[in-house]
Structures are given as structure tokens and as C-alpha cells.
Design a protein around this ligand. Structure first.
Ligand SMILES: Cc1cn([C@H]2C[C@H](O)[C@@H](COP(=O)(O)OP(=O)(O)O[C@H]3O[C@H](CO)[C@@H](O)[C@H](O)[C@H]3O)O2)c(=O)[nH]c1=O
Length: 351
């Protein structure tokens, strides 16, 4: 395969690239990445010594660059996106542009160039709160109604449904995946787990939104990319026009995560800091993965307890990677890392 990987310098995209290069000795990869704050060439193997990897810096909304990047590729794996919910509440425009318009450009070019497979990476955020149509909490199924609760989630619904429509209308060979919360090495530290790890390592308070009761299903990024690779290597009839949930059945609340990070790093509970919740915060994300288990025989294999320790060790061992990010002087990130200083009282109890 010659695979165009959009967003291949980001967290999940770069893990996918490293995995393909390490596992499939004849596959070639073209990464197209705009190198926004979340994209980092240090996430990829060195370009000079990796002949099967080429890199194009560019925007997925730019049709000319997309045409050039996609030429000679038979497969597209589309990770490129604005992904952070808190940012989408402040600057929704960027999310609509990259996630919706950018996906549209990619689909159009893929249709004209007749690619063999377009794997669209979506998210369980598209479902909103995990619950059945009658409101009872249960893991989301692929056929559930999409009820996005943030501009980010809404932009991913736009992208996800556009991708599906290109299969339905034009027969573009599309597969859509909706994965739960990823964690692991190389994750940009604006997200919950790396932010907690970094703050704990540096003895700063961990900002727990609300009462810390919101729960997510935590999947190690390596499990996620292995599921994607499995999909890419299936016969067409099994995966084209299909939507697959991906998750690990490792549901944990924010407070549980904050406590376990402090425990592993032997830091005091006094570093817990309860702060204002984000508007529209999803109470529970959880996905039903019986379809991918039944049809493709996939299930996650890295237990959260193991993956989290490995992730903490990785951040501990990579101060240079962290310092490079800090040197970008990203105002949003600086504020997120400091948010724990603004602790508030919860139910009258000062924290
Ligand atoms: C950054 C941060 C988050 N939180 C809370 C808010 C949420 O209840 C929970 C997880 O927040 P985040 O790490 O931002 O992840 P979440 O909103 O679930 O969205 C993630 O998971 C989605 C998949 O479910 C992906 O599509 C998104 O790109 C990814 O950002 O932790 C805190 O309590 N403190 C924090 O500092």
C-alpha cells in the first residue's frame, strides 16, 4: 500500500505511521500535515533515514496540495483535525474549516483519483452522552442517533456524515471508525491524562473539572492503531460502507484518573484542584464494540493500569519533547496547565 496519512505528525496519526513502518516492510507513507500547534515532526521517525516516509507540509483545505499529496496513493487514512473540545468552545470557526471543509476537499479529491480505500477517523464524541434512545445510560452503538454536545463534536458529525455520504452517493470506498478517549506517548498535554501527568511531575495542581465525576473509556493509542491497521487489511466486502466503534471497556472518571496519577508518582492528594466545569461536558462516553469484535475479531489488549504506567514513564523519560512544546509558548496550553491554581469550592467544601 501507498498510504496518504493526513495529520500524520499528530498524536494518533504519528503512532499509526510508526506502527505501519515497523510492521509492514513494503508499505509507503506520505504524511500531509499543516504542523499546527499539535503537529510535531519530532513525533515521526527521521525523514532523512526513512525512505518509505515522505512529508508534505500543507493544509487539507488546499485542494492543490491535497491533489499532489494523494497522487500515487491507493489508500487515505484521514486523522487531520482540530480535536480539543475546550478550544472548540473558544474558536469554533477553525473546527468547521479544518474538520468539515478539509474533509470535504479530501473526499472530492479521493473520488476523482479513485482511491481504493478511504479510512475516516471519527470519534465517539459524535454520540454525545452514552445512552439508549429512551435515555437509559448504555454504551453507544454505531446505529445510535448522533447528538453532539460541543462545536468540536458537531464538526466531527459533519465530517463523519459527509464521508458516509460519499460512499452512499458515489461509491467511494469509505470506512468510518469512532474511537473513545486515547492516551499514550506523544499526546499533546492539553488533554486530560498528559496534562495531569505533566502537572504532577512538576508539582502543580491537577485541574479537575466540576466534581470529577465525568467518565470516559480510555484506550491506549497502540490498541487504536492496531484496530485501524486490521481494518485496512480486510477484504473490501467486510469494511467498505461500514462504521466501527473502537474502545477498550476501561471506563474511569476524571477523579479516579487524577488520583491514580498522583498515586503512581507518589504525589500528595492536596494537588487535586476542583475547577469550573466546561459547558456541555459529556457525562459519560462509552462505546459498544461488539460489531468490530464479531466481524473482525478485534479487541483491545492493553489494560489501563499497564498502559498508564508506561505512559507516565514515557513522559518522565522525554523532558526534551516536553520542553520543545513549552518553548512554543502556546497561551492556551499555558493557561490549561495553570488552571488548577483557580480551585473553587465544591458543595461548600474548599479544595
Ligand atoms: C483537559 C482537562 C479535562 N478534564 C476533563 C474534561 C472531560 O470530562 C475529561 C476528558 O477531557 P479531554 O481530555 O479534553 O477529552 P474529551 O473532552 O473527552 O475529548 C477527547 O476524547 C474524544 C473521544 O471521546 C476525542 O474525540 C477528542 O479529540 C479528545 O479531546 O476530563 C479535566 O477535568 N481537567 C482537564 O484539565
Amino acid at each position: 500500500m501507498r498510504i496518504l496519512v493526513t495529520g500524520g505528525a499528530g498524536f494518533i496519526g504519528s503512532t499509526f505511521v510508526r506502527h505501519i513502518l515497523a510492521t509492514y516492510p513494503t508499505d509507503e507513507i506520505v504524511v500531509l500535515d499543516k504542523l499546527t500547534y499539535a503537529g510535531n515532526l519530532a513525533n515521526l521517525p527521521p525523514l532523512s533515514t526513512t525512505p518509505r516516509l515522505s512529508f508534505i507540509k500543507g493544509d487539507i483545505c488546499d485542494e492543490t496540495i491535497v491533489e499532489q499529496a494523494m497522487s500515487d496513493c491507493d489508500t487515505v487514512v484521514h486523522f487531520a483535525a482540530e480535536t480539543h473540545v475546550d478550544r472548540s468552545l473558544l474558536q469554533a470557526r477553525d473546527f468547521m474549516r479544518t474538520n468539515v471543509q478539509g474533509t470535504y476537499v479530501l473526499l472530492e479529491v479521493a473520488r476523482r483519483q479513485q482511491v481504493r480505500h478511504f479510512l475516516h477517523i471519527s470519534t465517539d464524541e459524535v454520540y454525545g452522552n452514552a445512552c439508549s434512545p429512551d435515555g437509559v445510560s448504555r454504551p453507544s452503538q454505531e446505529t445510535d442517533t448522533l447528538l453532539p454536545l460541543s462545536p468540536y463534536a458537531a464538526s466531527k458529525v459533519g465530517a463523519d456524515t459527509l464521508a458516509f455520504s460519499y460512499w452512499a452517493s458515489y461509491g467511494l470506498p469509505v470506512t468510518i471508525t469512532r474511537c473513545s478517549n486515547n492516551y499514550g506517548p506523544y499526546q499533546y498535554p492539553e488533554k486530560q491524562l498528559p496534562l495531569f501527568i505533566l502537572n504532577a511531575l512538576e508539582d502543580r495542581p491537577l485541574p479537575v473539572y466540576g466534581h470529577g465525576e465525568h467518565s470516559r473509556d480510555w484506550i491506549h493509542v497502540q490498541d487504536h492503531v492496531e484496530a485501524l491497521t486490521l481494518i485496512l487489511h480486510q477484504p473490501e466486502s467486510r469494511v467498505i460502507g461500514q462504521i466501527f466503534n473502537i474502545g477498550a471497556h476501561e471506563e474511569r472518571s476524571t477523579l479516579q484518573n487524577a488520583r491514580v496519577v498522583l498515586e503512581i508518582l507518589e504525589k500528595p492528594e492536596s494537588l487535586l484542584s476542583f475547577v469550573e466545569d466546561r459547558p456541555g461536558n459529556v457525562q459519560r462516553h462509552a462505546v459498544d464494540t461488539s460489531k468490530i469484535a464479531r466481524q473482525l475479531g478485534w479487541r483491545a489488549r492493553i489494560p489501563f493500569a499497564v498502559g498508564l504506567r508506561q505512559t507516565i514513564d514515557w513522559y518522565h523519560a522525554h523532558p526534551t519533547w516536553i520542553n520543545t512544546i513549552k518553548e512554543q509558548r502556546n497561551e492556551f496550553l499555558a493557561a490549561a496547565l495553570q488552571r488548577g491554581m483557580q480551585s473553587r469550592s465544591v458543595d461548600g467544601v474548599a479544595h
